[in-house]
Structures are given as structure tokens and as C-alpha cells.
Design a protein around this ligand. Structure first.
Ligand code: OOG
Ligand code: MG
Length: 262
């Protein structure tokens, strides 16, 4: 794909994020032929632009790793993107809906590695052996596309809808839990809106980190020690509005809460 076009498409989604404005997805008119490989080139350009503006990468995120997410978004392959420093929201604090376009939340399990993992052929066992600890997280996704409607290449180019993240403070060694059977409930104003278990994420969240290492190896990159890694929404994402109180409970991994204001 032409370098000029890559820049144009990265600017398109980047500007929408800055303006907090919905845009028509790239594949509907702008560039219907966008392939998955091209979309990652657009994402790389977008990430580069953010770095040049002084933002810092916190860690990678996997997306579309559960059946619930595949069904909800009507796309069916895991993807990766990056969480940046300016996206981090504090636990037990309030977030402003006006900082977002049409935010949704999803419960996730996070990993921190004690050593780098370089694919290909990384397995869940390799991941668990390299894991320092796991932690609970809520991702705030905010697709820049109208009605959260997109194809796989569109959402990859849009840094996989990354917009916010709230990390819980509970940390556990991975062997102290059976992560596949860790249950999760997501409540809004005290009412459970979605629930699931770790196994929803590619049968075990460690498979998501393995998949990430193997995908990154195609670019000559690795999953780095010390960076929080988001393994993908366990349940379908839930739309949030001003006045909401969000609470996610994790079996054996504590809980994460925040409130939503104008
Ligand atoms: C894409 C981002 C998906 C996840 O955890 O599945 C994602 C979206 O649903 O807008 O972060
Ligand atoms: Mg997510």
C-alpha cells in the first residue's frame, strides 16, 4: 500500500479520536480494499503519530478473543492494538463520558511477564511459565466508527477501539488461580449486565498472550516483560452512560469499580 495512503488513513482515524467524533468506516468508501496486513500498517503509522506527540505505550491489548465478542461485533479473528498512557483511568474514580464518543466497557484479565516472549510457537504453558502476575482490568473501548460498526481491517486500523483502561490493584501469581474458571460479573448500578469465565478467552487467557507473541513475531516484535497485557473482553461489551456505577467482580482476583459522569 502506498505510504501516502497509509498516512491519510491513519490521520483519518487519529483526527476522529481527537475530535471525539464518529466517522464512516474506511472500507465503506475511502478504501474498500483495505486488507488485514494493510490495516496493521495503518495502525503502525497511527501508533507512530501518537508516540511523536509524546504519548507513551503502556502495553499491548488483544481483542476479539471470545465468542461473545465475535458475535457482538460480527468479526471473528483475534486482533491486537496498544493501550497508551493517556488512556489510563483510575480505579474508584469517575470517568467523563464527554472524553469519549460512545464508550463501552468489558471485563478482562491482564498479565505481566517477568521475561520477554518471542514467537513463533509460543504456547500457553510458555506464557504461564513467564508470567510474573495476573490482574483484573476493565477496558473502555470507543470505536471511532459510526455505531461501532466495522470490518476486521477497519478496527485494526483504529487501534482496536482502544480508548481507556482501568487496572485493578489485586495481583496474583498465575498458578494460584485456575484462570480458565475464574468467573466474572459486570454490573451497572448494581444489576448484572454480563457474566462469563476466563475460558471464554481462547479457552484460557494465557492462550491470548501466546497468540499475541506469535502474531507479533511476524513483525519481528515480541511481548515485553513488565508491560501490562490485556487479553480481551471475556463478555460482550456494555454501553456506559453518565450516572452509571460500574463494578466488575472476579473470582479470586478482587474487583474493579468506577463511576461515570458527564
Ligand atoms: C474492538 C476491540 C475488541 C476486545 O477485548 O475484544 C476488544 C471492539 O469491540 O470495538 O478490545
Ligand atoms: Mg478489549
Amino acid at each position: 500500500m502506498d505510504k501516502g495512503l497509509i498516512k491519510e488513513l491513519a490521520n483519518y482515524v487519529h483526527q476522529a479520536e481527537k475530535d471525539k467524533r464518529e466517522i464512516t468506516k474506511i472500507t465503506s468508501e475511502l478504501y474498500p480494499d483495505l486488507s488485514i496486513d494493510d490495516a496493521y500498517l495503518v495502525q503502525e503509522e497511527l501508533i507512530q503519530q501518537k508516540l511523536e506527540e509524546g504519548h507513551k505505550i503502556i502495553g499491548p491489548k488483544m481483542g476479539i478473543t471470545s465468542e461473545a465478542k465475535m458475535k457482538q461485533m460480527n468479526v471473528d479473528d483475534p486482533i491486537y492494538g496498544y493501550v497508551f498512557d493517556y488512556m489510563i483511568e483510575k480505579e474508584n474514580d469517575s470517568i467523563s463520558v464527554s472524553d469519549y464518543i460512545h464508550p463501552k466497557v468489558e471485563p478482562e484479565i491482564g498479565f505481566i511477564l517477568s521475561r520477554d516472549l518471542e514467537g513463533p510457537n509460543i504456547t500457553a504453558l510458555d506464557v504461564l511459565a513467564a508470567t510474573e502476575y495476573v490482574f483484573p482490568a476493565i477496558e473502555i473501548i470507543d470505536s471511532r466508527y459510526e455505531n461501532f460498526n466495522f470490518t476486521l481491517p477497519d478496527v485494526i486500523a483504529d487501534n482496536t477501539s482502544a480508548a481507556g483502561a482501568v487496572f485493578g490493584k489485586t495481583i496474583r501469581r498465575p498458578e494460584s488461580l485456575e484462570l480458565d474458571v475464574v468467573g466474572v460479573t459486570l454490573s451497572v448500578n448494581g444489576e448484572i449486565r454480563s457474566l462469563g469465565a476466563g475460558a471464554a478467552v481462547l479457552s484460557h487467557p494465557a492462550n491470548s498472550v501466546a497468540r499475541l507473541a506469535n502474531m507479533l513475531s511476524k513483525k519481528g516484535q515480541k511481548v515485553k516483560a513488565g508491560q501490562p497485557i490485556m487479553t480481551g473482553g471475556i463478555t460482550a461489551a456494555v454501553r456506559i452512560e453518565s450516572g452509571d456505577f460500574i463494578n466488575v467482580k472476579y473470582g479470586g482476583l478482587g474487583n474493579v469499580s468506577f463511576s461515570v459522569k458527564e
